[in-house]
Design a protein around this ligand. Sequence first.
Ligand code: C2E
Ligand code: MG
Ligand code: MG
Ligand code: MG
Length: 286
Amino acid sequence: RAKAAGRNNAQWFEPTMLEDINDKLSLSARLRQALVARELSTVYQPQIDLRTGMLVGFEALARWWAPDIGSVSPERFIPVAEDSGLIQELGGWVLRKACADIAELQHELGRTLRLAVNVSPRQLRGTSWLDEVLAALAESGLEPGQLELEITEGLLIDDHGDAVDLLDRMRDHGVRIVVDDFGRGYSSLAYLTRFPIDKIKIDKSFVHQIESVDAGAAIVDAIIVMAHALGLAVVAEGVETTEQRRYLSARECDEVQGYLYSHGLPRDEVAAAVRRIEAGEDVGVS
Ligand code: C2E
Ligand code: MG
Ligand code: MG
Ligand code: MG
C-alpha cells in the first residue's frame, strides 16, 4: 500500500508508527553504546531434575540496565538486536560471559553444571558461530556436552539448510540442541524427527494451562509422551506452582525451570539459591 502512494508514502504512516520506528532506531543506537559501556549483564535461572530434586544447570538470560533509561526487557531489546545485526556481538558476549561464570560456579559448588544459552536464528548465519562456541568452551574449560543451545521452532521450519547444517556440526562436537518455547508458534511436529535436536522445552503458556484450561494437562502430557517416544529429553519452563510441578513430575517430565524455584539470578546469588532449592524450601511457595 505504501508503494502505491508513491513519493508521498510517508503520509501513509500513522504518527504512532513513526514514533515506533524512531524508538527502534534510537534503541538500537543506544544498545550499541550499551555493549561498549558494559551495561549488559547475565542472570542464571536454575533448572531442576524432577526425579532427584537436584539442580542440574542454568539458563543464561541477558539483562540491560542503564542509569538513564532504567532496565529494558529482553522482550524489547533482543528483537532490536536481531533487526540491527547487533545480536551477533551481543550473543557472543553472553556466551563467553555465561561459560566463564558457570565454570566459576562449578568450582564454588564442587560439581559439574550444565549451561543453556539462547541463540537467535540470525546468529547462525555466516560461519563464525561454531568457532565462537568452541572458543568459549576452550577458554572456560567447559565440556561441549555441558552446553545447550536453545533455538526456536521457526529456525527449523524457515531454514533452507544452512543453519541446520551448522546445528549438525555443533552436535558432532557434543553440544546439545534444545527447541525452546515448544508448541508456541507452529503446529507441524514432523520436524522433530527430521532435525538434529536433543531436547524440547515446553512453552510456559502450556505449563500455565495445566490447572486453568480443561485440555491443558492432556496437551502437556501428550508433548512429554511424544518427546520421550522420539528419544528426546523434556524440560518445562514457567513452572510457578506446586500443582504444576506435581503434575509434571507424575508425567515424568525430566526437568523444570520457573519462579516456583527461582527467578534468573546474578552470579553472586546463585550458590545460596542452590542450597535453598535443594533443601526443598520452595515447597509451598507459589
Ligand atoms: P526464553 O528463552 O523462553 O526465556 C524464558 C523467559 O521466561 C525469561 O524471560 C524468564 O525470565 C521467564 N520466566 C522464567 N520462569 C518463569 C515463570 O515461572 N513464569 C513466567 N511468567 N516467566 C518465567 P526474559 O528473561 O525476560 O527473556 C525473554 C526472552 O528473551 C527469552 O525467552 C529469550 O527468547 C530472549 N532472550 C533472553 N536472553 C537472551 C540472549 O542472551 N540471547 C537471545 N538470543 N535471546 C535472549
Ligand atoms: Mg530460552
Ligand atoms: Mg523458553
Ligand atoms: Mg518461552
